[in-house]
Write a protein that binds this ligand. Structure first.
Ligand code: ADP
Ligand code: MG
Length: 684
């Protein structure tokens, strides 16, 4: 019986009394589709209609409740004049105004010489108190329904408080008893209410207006738990038995001997972790986190060599064509004296070539395929795919990750590489389904990039400096936020900047941005790589992973418009060679205090993880644009800055949960936060 009642919560709202077709459409606009969505639509304030105010004590502009006698109804026969109802109590008079209501309806609502209850916003017009279109008009026997402190929800067109109460009261006042997924002792220790009481508190007290109230915290905790549960279930599904890979690292040792550098200890360590996974008999599902320039690519190629030694195919995928191309070029260089067959595939590969590659992948003639998302189209089939590596994967959500693992098949290991430093609190709730490797050091010879900031007005002081750099053979990135001049935003545009710089340094400047087509982009990047041009003016397209060892100066305009993490990524485009590199942040004068702080952090530190944490702290979680894009913003209630302690608590908590033992409890939790589908989808 309990279960039956419980499931009412997942019914469609249209099953509730008083919810017709039109109403449920309006609710849907507000993303309220199931009964449980009403529970999670929290009030943001409340309206106090609980006291009857006598007509000599009214406050103009306030919502108040009055008890009055209906004296006279006035229906003017001239169009556009409102209907007026005159009411009074012992202390005074008031007019109730309606613009578009029918006479019959109003006569019923306002019976002459009867006392009634009215609640609405008090106006004062022509020296008279008025209420226009009152929220409630009711007879005395319904007094209690109106005389309350009523929660205020953010509502939309077609739904007003009175209408919404029809359903919210129905639901909140009749919540089923639910077997709590938390132990009583745990609830008590953390000062949490049980589930039902908690929901009631969120709707009937001010607790939902304070994200540190105990009731709100319990909700947040549940949300984090649901999120972590999905990840741990995902992990169980992915980390299944596979055929272990056998290799002696013959090719990879050869490659290592030919490298002009030695791996850092961190790189060696991570490579070992990966190799161990490859050799084990459960599937690898690992993410390598390493700051920009920490040398992730070579680590992935060395592990790829091992899998190929085991006579299996590998796929290396990057988010952009440019980056994929660069990996392809590097792979060709590294595997130069081997028999390893490498191909490149992107959406721009022409049809003939694509067919050819598709065929040789299916025949097993290609050992390593490098490319973009196109590698995972339905049409592409491998003969025996053993390893998928995905670079800069932070644009993939949990669902995509598990789809990917599925596509690879039972014997396929999966490695993700990310340069997006994730604040510690978020690590688990983002990658709880994966094993995590970290490259913590950067190649030794690398010099720290010097970071300076300058107001834009002093840009003229830079030209001679830039000239010197170029004369010495250096190369420069010049980053602007937008492609074209915008009339709304006062950002510098790459195009305009290109013209200015090109005037000063003719023949030495290139322009690259997202709107260029692939051929043009590639041509310009190549010119830059070959040092045919010295300055590359660009938008943030250069942000991701591209390697230009000769570039030693990056100038970033409107630096305060970028997130710290993004600035750090951009800055990482230089300083990859042995030369001392420099990053100059240009900004408009009149920076906010916060912006000044952020620039300070960037100057002080080159540790991406530290920078990410500080960024989150300074800007608050909600504002971090980059994170939202990356799908990190998984939470509706939890805020990793405000609720850090709950994230830590949930991490520990989740380790002791076994879904199978008490499935219905946890399914309820997952369904509450719309996570159940993610899990079910992953079931092979
Ligand atoms: P990221 O981790 O940002 O992807 P890359 O793999 O692109 O970094 O490496 C950045 C640069 O550092 C490349 O030019 C690469 O050849 C070089 N590199 C990688 N490992 C080392 C090392 N151990 N010593 C010196 N240079 C290295
Ligand atoms: Mg990289």
């Amino acid at each position: 019986m309990d279960l039956l009642k419980k499931n009412i919560i997942f019914n469609d709202v249209s099953k509730l009394k008083g919810v017709g077709k039109q109403f449920s459409k309006y609710l849907k606009n507000k993303k309220i589709e199931k009964v449980k969505d009403i529970l999670l639509n929290l009030p943001y304030s409340e309206t106090d209609r609980s006291k009857i105010v006598s007509l000599d004590k009214l406050e103009i502009g306030k919502i108040q409740t009055i008890k009055v006698l209906v004296k006279k109804l006035n229906f003017p026969r001239i169009r556009n004049l409102p209907n007026k109802i005159l009411c009074e109590d012992k202390a005074g008079k008031i007019e109730i105004i309606y613009f578009n209501s029918r006479e019959g309806y109003l006569r019923k609502l306002f019976p002459i010489n009867k006392w009634i209850i009215i609640s609405g916003k008090i106006n004062f017009f022509n020296k008279k108190y008025q209420i226009t279109n009152p929220d409630y008009v009711t007879s005395l026997d319904n007094e209690k329904y109106v005389k309350q402190i009523i929660p205020k929800y953010s509502l939309t067109k077609g739904i007003n408080e009175k209408k919404y109460r029809i359903i919210s009261d129905q639901v909140i006042n009749n919540l089923p008893e639910v077997e709590d997924w938390h132990e009583k002792i745990f609830l008590r220790r953390n000062n949490f209410l049980n589930w039902k009481e908690n929901i009631i508190a969120l709707h009937k007290t001010k607790d939902s207006q304070n994200n540190l109230s105990s009731a709100f915290k319990r909700l947040v905790f549940d949300e984090i738990c649901a999120n972590l549960l999905v990840l741990s279930e995902n992990r169980k599904k992915i980390k299944k038995k596979k055929q272990s890979k056998i290799f002696q690292s013959i090719i990879s040792k050869k490659i290592l001997n030919n490298l002009p550098f030695e791996l850092t200890n961190s790189q060696k360590h991570v490579l070992e972790e990966i190799n161990k996974d490859l050799k084990s008999n459960t599937r690898m599902f690992r993410i390598v986190q390493g700051d920009v320039g920490s040398g992730k690519t070579i680590v992935s190629l060395l592990s790829i060599a091992n899998v190929i030694e085991n006579k299996q195919q590998c796929a290396l995928m990057a988010p952009t064509e440019i980056l994929a191309k660069q990996h392809f070029v590097l792979a060709n260089k590294i595997f130069d004296n081997t028999k390893i067959k490498i191909e490149f595939l992107s959406s721009n590969t022409d049809l003939k070539k694509r067919k050819e590659i598709t065929k040789s992948l299916a025949d097993g003639k290609v050992d390593l395929i490098v490319g973009t998302h196109s590698l995972f189209q339905k049409k592409i089939n491998f003969k025996n795919l053993g390893f998928v590596v995905i670079d800069e994967q932070h644009k993939f959500g949990v669902k995509q990750r598990s789809e990917l693992a599925k596509k690879g098949g039972d014997n396929c290991d999966v490695l993700l590489m990310s340069a997006t430093p994730i604040p510690r609190t978020l690590m688990m709730s983002l990658y709880g389904d994966m094993d995590i490797s970290k490259i913590t050091e950067k190649p030794a010879k690398r010099k720290k990039i010097i970071t300076l900031s300058k107001p834009e007005t002093k840009i003229n002081e830079l030209w001679s400096f830039i000239k010197k750099k170029i004369d010495k053979g250096g190369q420069i990135f010049w980053v602007c936020p937008l492609i074209k001049e915008s009339s709304f935003l006062d950002y510098s545009s790459a195009k305009k900047k290109f013209d200015i710089i090109n005037n000063r340094f003719p023949e030495k400047v290139g322009l690259i941005h997202g709107a260029l087509d692939k051929m043009e982009k590639e041509k310009i990047l190549n010119q830059f790589l070959l040092k045919e041009i010295s300055i590359l003016v660009s938008t943030t397209v250069i942000e991701v992973g591209i390697d230009f060892p000769n570039a030693n100066l990056i100038i970033i305009e409107n630096a305060d418009k970028f997130g710290l993490a993004q600035l750090h990524q951009l800055r990482g485009r230089v300083g990859r060679g042995n030369k001392q590199s420099l990053c100059i942040l240009l900004f408009k004068s009149g920076l906010s205090k916060n912006a000044v702080k952020r620039i300070k952090i960037l100057k002080k530190s080159d540790d991406g993880f530290y920078i990410a944490e500080e960024d989150m702290r300074l800007r608050g979680f909600g504002d971090i644009v980059g994170y939202q894009q990356s799908g990190i913003k998984n939470f509706r209630f939890a805020d990793p800055v405000v609720h850090e302690d709950l994230f830590i608590l949930a991490e520990k908590y989740i380790k002791n949960i076994n879904i199978e033992v008490n499935e219905s409890k946890y399914t309820f939790l997952l369904r509450l936060f719309d996570k159940a589908e993610v899990i079910n989808q992953n079931i092979d």
